[in-house]
Design a protein around this ligand. Structure first.
Ligand code: ZN
Length: 87
């Protein structure tokens, strides 16, 4: 199953993307890719994350109406890789 990255807009396999969800006005990575509700998909790439933030693509994908806390999205490459390995 393919999903579109909210950063670069390219399609990739679900397993190659991280899923982001909103929880009480805080954006977090959905480690199991199984949380209910809307999700935004993103490559494990700082560039894609920066693009998504600068284009406000996360706000659109998740239909956010107000400002959200993005601090939960700052993770290390290793943490992201662990999440990707955790299918
Ligand atoms: Zn991307």
């Amino acid at each position: 199953m393919e999903r579109t990255c909210v950063g670069c807009r390219q399609r990739s396999q679900r397993a190659e993307l991280l899923r982001i969800v909103e929880k009480s006005a805080v954006l977090v990575f959905d480690r199991q890719k199984s949380l209910p509700g809307r999700g935004a998909w993103l490559h494990n790439s700082q560039d894609c994350l920066d693009l998504a933030i600068s284009r406000k693509a996360l706000n659109r994908a998740l239909k956010l109406k107000s400002a959200v806390d993005l601090s939960g999205l700052i993770i290390s490459k290793e943490q992201a890789e662990t999440m990707l390995a955790n299918k």
